[in-house]
Design a protein around this ligand. Sequence first.
Ligand code: ACM
Ligand code: ZN
Length: 758
Amino acid sequence: MKLSLISVLLLTLLGLVSCSPKTPVKINLVPKPVELVEMNGTFVLSAKSKFEIAGNEQLQELKDYAQKIIQERTGFQLTEGEGAGLKFELIEDEELGEEGYLLSVNKNGISIAANTPAGLFYGLQTFRQLLPSEPADEVVLPYLEIKDYPRLAWRGLHLDVGRHFFSVDDVKRYIDLMSMYKINTFHWHLTEDQGWRIEIKKYPRLTEIGSWRKKVGFEANQEKGLNVDDGKPYGGFYTQEEVKDIVEYARLRNVTVVPEIEMPGHSMAAMVAYPELYCFPDEKLEVRTEGGVSNGVYCAGKDETFEFLQDVLDEVMALFPSEIIHIGGDEAPKTNWIKCPLCQKRIKDEHLQDEHELQSYFIKRIEKYLNSKGRRLVGWDEIMEGGLSETATVMAWRGVTPGIEAAELGNDVIMTPGTPFYISCPQSINKVTKHDGTVNTMRDMYEFNPVPDELTPEARKHIIGVQACHWSEGTPNQKILEYKVYPRAIALAEIGWTPQEQRDWDDFYKRVEQHLPQLSFYGVEYGQRSYDVKINVVPDKDHKTIFAEFITEVPENVYYTMDGSEPIQTSPVYDGTLEIKATGTLKARMFRPDGSAGRLATQEVNFHKALGKKVQYNIPYSTKHDGGGDYAMTNGLKNKWQGFEKRNVDFVIDLGEATEFSKIETNWYYDINDWVFRPLEVKYELSDDGENFETVYESTHVNAKDVYDKGTLNLTKEIENGKARYIRVTAKNPMVNPAWHSSAGGATWLFIDEVIVE
Ligand code: ACM
Ligand code: ZN
């Protein structure tokens, strides 16, 4: 209906178009508060509303911050003084603790009360989420009462600035965004093999030399278009003045900055600057340009090492008020220590069993030093190897098991298992590239409980926090950083904040979806992939028919086509069964609540004689790269690679009955840089009884001495009048990366996607 001007005027006079009574904003909060009650009635906030702070002069900075937020979101500021509007008040309420708050909206306006400025800050963040994402003269707020406080004390987000450097502004923005979600700890990974990033006045070469590498490196990124190697040195560091500025910026946002100074490993950059700290100073050392684990390990036999580290920590402690200091401790190969006379002397003098006890000696000696200065130590879970001190806090990253062990020992623990908490891993349920590695979807993260049920009640108290880590090998800039971190960091925030029994994925993802415009308001180009679809093909139990399966993170309709056209909202909706009857292309997608389309998933299905047939593995595939699991070889799907890590391939396909065919084809993916090699030998064998096999095909292959060699090896065998029930495929794995490889000795992979029988 189109209204004429006259009728609009009339309706306005009658009060029908002038939205009265006004509809209040929708309450949609992340993380979800502990208690929220919505009531009848609304309060209208506008420039005429008053802003009052009761009882504390030191809250001035919080008032300025609040005005800035209201201004940026609505376009107006509040008038300072007493009256209906926004009121901050410091109170005493034991239940709220250090970070909790009360937020109420009633006829007097909005009141935020807390024991501490931190609590007021969090009340303000909740209030911020009630504000519009576009300019408004007034904001209509529903009457409500919120009581809120966190589940865990340490809600952390980590950033590796070694592999790629992020500017002071980038770091501030990282902190600002995390504070919106009540994440209170910024774990700043400041030193690495690929660059030392913090100015230490006593050791200027750390930044003069150690903060630079000869090129940007990470060659795989060039291929993905993430980086351009311009042939120039790559580096950067933070001056002490900049560090102070960042720490102060974080303080206002209730974010504790925990610096990490890695030791004894991941420290090649420091030893390039000061080779005397290395076991073998005459070796040629370089700041690393690729990832992985290096030999950049401080000599544990030299007292100079400890003097150096104590001096560094003195300057670090002067900059960071955090009581807890991270000393790394992960991935320190013992290769040098085994060979170094000084390290061996230390083992003997200190009556240590081996190099693992030497690592423990190293960490404990540093811990003692930190303790003598009133600080506490946190380290990656390798600090448990060779004996954990009673007082260290353990950051569990290699799964939850080390965290459980440490908590049972009575040590405090922060849970950050790489699966699902490495937020730099791909986020789509549908892996994008052939070799994406671990995928941590937002749902994987959200559904993780950092306080495992098997813990004793006493040990549970030692799980003090949860954290997501961002490693920057594949993240050259802030835009990509935010794409990876948001919105998954909101899942982390809710895990750390909201009581476990109140967390529910179906409710959470809908709130996130509603919240996304607020992230957009702040210019975050988040990478939400929750509406991606993964296509699988599985046989029925008799291996006679095969079905497509659509796997999704969110329980919403999947629309699909099989005729090559793009699915739209009138296409068929997947109802749980979809039989595949011919070679063709499956396309599927979901639609967001606003009608916009999620990403299109496309999958070619090859209809062939082994399709859906049972596979008997004489050697199991790797669960890290299962390519679709037990039917990966016969599910009709190409480019879904099944991996065999440091083991040969040997499996038998049972066609169910003697079957005629004229061709057997396999494809093998290799990417030498990624430790995936060509098989050295491949054999196809046929059998009628599953016991006596006859070889019908054999081939041998050589891998080029070139880490950038990658491609697919197609092995097709035409067979005249082929007939058999069983087909066996075997392949020989080189087992370890050869001596010339940048990761010599690492476990070599074979990758195969399908056995096509026609
Ligand atoms: C780690 O991922 N090496 C802590
Ligand atoms: Zn040594």
